[in-house]
Ligand binder design. Structure first.
Ligand code: CMP
Length: 138
C-alpha cells in the first residue's frame, strides 16, 4: 500500500551543500516526490511542527536549530514509505546510524542529524499537510 511520509533536509545538511545528494538518494530509493519546496522556518513554525516534543528538554535547542537557516521539505510517496525512509536515513544519532544511511553520511550529532522522517503513516499525512495543501501535491 502506498503511504506518505514527510522528509526535511535540515539546516545543517542544507548549509553544507548536501541537499542535491539527498534528493538524488530519495529518487534512487524509489520515492515519488509529490511536493518539494525550500523554506526558512520561523521559530513559531518550528515549534508548531515539533509540538509533540514541547515538554522535552531539547525542545528549545531543536526549534532554534530548525529555524536557523533554510530547509527543503518534501512530501514523499512510496510503498511502505514511512519505514523505508526511516531505513534510508538511519538512527536519530548519526554515530549509531548504519553505514551508508543519510545520517551516517551527512549528520553530525543528535541535534544536527541532516534529515527528518515521519514516525508513522498517520504522522506522515499530518506532517505533509503541515507544509503542503492537498492542491499543491502532484
Ligand atoms: P527528528 O527526526 O527531526 O525528530 C525529532 C528531533 O529531535 C530528532 O530528529 C532530533 O534531531 C531531535 N532530538 C532528539 N533527541 C535530542 C536530544 N537529546 N538533543 C537534541 N535534539 C534531539
Amino acid at each position: 500500500m502506498n503511504e506518505v511520509t514527510l522528509a526535511i533536509i535540515k539546516p545543517d545538511a542544507y548549509r553544507s551543500g548536501n541537499s542535491g545528494k539527498i534528493i538524488d538518494r530519495i529518487i534512487l530509493e524509489g520515492f515519488s516526490i509529490n511536493g518539494m519546496k525550500q523554506i526558512h522556518l520561523s521559530k513559531k513554525e518550528a515549534e508548531g511542527f515539533y509540538e509533540v516534543h514541547r515538554e522535552r528538554p531539547f525542545f528549545d535547542e531543536l526549534t532554534s536549530f530548525m529555524s536557523s537557516g533554510k530547509c527543503v521539505v518534501l512530501s514523499l510517496e512510496r510503498e511502505n514509505a514511512v519505514l523505508k525512509w526511516r531505513e534510508v536515513i538511519g538512527a536519530t544519532n548519526p554515530e549509531e546510524a548504519d553505514d551508508g544511511t543519510i545520517r551516517d553520511q551527512f549528520g553530525t550529532n543528535t541535534g544536527s542529524n541532516a534529515v527528518h522522517g515521519s514516525d508513522s503513516p498517520e504522522n506522515g499525512k499530518l506532517e505533509s499537510n503541515y507544509f503542503f495543501p492537498q492542491k499543491d501535491l502532484l
